[in-house]
Design a binder for this molecule. Structure first.
Ligand code: HEM
Ligand code: CA
Ligand code: CA
Length: 307
């Protein structure tokens, strides 16, 4: 599939209410629990980085197909699959077999952003759902929180995304939570590449250590943006400038010794929320254009390929 095949009016005739249906379900879910916004935004990212945005991340393991849910960055971490099922059921009841799970996820990720105060952008649609998955690529291509700037840049460049896209897209961490296992090395400062956490308040670091002891509590969670964990704003970048990034990978954008370009971008987004919103929108469209050249189908159940 060629990204130029995506268009804004793909479902205009076949499912004119597709956008409305997704929005209504997302509105309900985010009102119920704003974490749902973070969950869906992340799912779209983890989808697009493996075989392109083709709904591969949504497939369950079966006897004949090994999905991506057990991949290192996904297991015990990705959430929101039930919400995707709920939205898909609504779409199927109104326009059976029409809207792909990959498109559903791309639209829902935009709505997630918008519903917690972030920017709106038009989502090009027409993606097909994969009939295959790649646990291997999920393990190798999805970035990890203990990685340094060069490795992170490389992973984005390999997907056709620029350094600017990297710094803007990581701003998604302005919402949502991370587990203790994802930031333990960072807060105890024993990770070689770490730019050491230098919280403006000792209280912040102390609280993190309470949440995440040296041993145990692996699944305890903390907000990546402790200022406004459920508002999509630029507070995340302001914290990076103070040295308060929760993940090593986040702080790398500002503190890496090789990150002249990235630290300038962080400073720009920290002081200019509209510049961040504009770039985030553009970069999300770009990430959403990573397509699977194999093409595929429109799944009726996002967890399983059609029989
Ligand atoms: C350098 C690239 C990135 C790295 C290393 C990274 C890593 C992580 C990690 C470790 C977590 C916490 C997971 C856990 O502890 O269970 C997380 C959460 C999250 N990530 Fe990223 N991420 C990156 C880029 C992105 C991008 C591009 C997006 C979306 C556009 C994104 C959206 C999110 C969201 C919304 C959450 C919170 C999820 C929740 O609350 O359930 N991340 N990320
Ligand atoms: Ca995928
Ligand atoms: Ca925020």
């Amino acid at each position: 599939q060629d990204p130029s095949q995506l268009s804004l009016d793909y479902y205009l005739k076949t499912c004119p209410d597709a956008q409305k249906i997704v929005r209504a379900e997302m509105e309900c879910a985010v009102k119920e629990d704003p974490r749902n916004a973070a969950a869906i935004l992340r799912l779209h990212f983890h989808d697009c980085f493996v075989q392109g945005c083709d709904g591969s991340v949504l497939l369950d393991d079966t006897i004949t197909l090994k999905g991506e849910k057990e991949a290192a960055q996904n297991v015990n971490s990705l959430i929101g699959f039930d919400l995707i099922d709920r939205i898909k059921n609504q779409l199927e009841s109104q326009c059976p077999g029409t809207v792909s799970c990959a498109d559903l996820l791309a639209i829902a990720a935009r709505d997630a952003t918008l519903l917690v105060g972030g920017p709106y952008w038009d989502v090009p649609v027409g993606r097909k759902d994969a009939k295959t998955t790649s646990l291997e690529l999920a393990n190798s291509d999805i970035p990890a929180p203990n990685q340094g700037l060069i490795a992170l840049m490389t992973k984005f460049l390999e997907k056709g995304l620029s350094v600017t896209d990297l710094v803007a897209l990581i701003g998604a961490h302005t919402i949502g939570m991370a587990r203790c296992v994802s930031f333990r090395e960072r807060i105890y400062g024993d990770f070689e590449l770490t730019s050491h956490l230098d919280p403006t308040s000792e209280i912040y670091l102390g609280k993190l250590k309470e949440t995440c002891p040296v041993r145990g509590g692996d699944d305890n969670i903390a907000a990546m943006d402790y200022v406004t964990p459920y508002v999509f704003d630029n507070a995340f970048y302001q914290s990076l400038v103070k040295g308060d990034g929760l993940l090593n990978s986040d702080q790398e954008m500002y503190s890496s010794l090789v990150g002249f370009a990235t630290s300038d971008l962080v400073k720009t987004y920290a002081s200019d929320p509209l510049a961040f919103f504009k770039q985030f929108s553009d970069s999300m469209v770009k990430m959403g254009n990573i397509t699977n050249p194999e093409g595929g189908e429109v799944r009726t159940n996002c967890r399983f390929v059609n029989t």
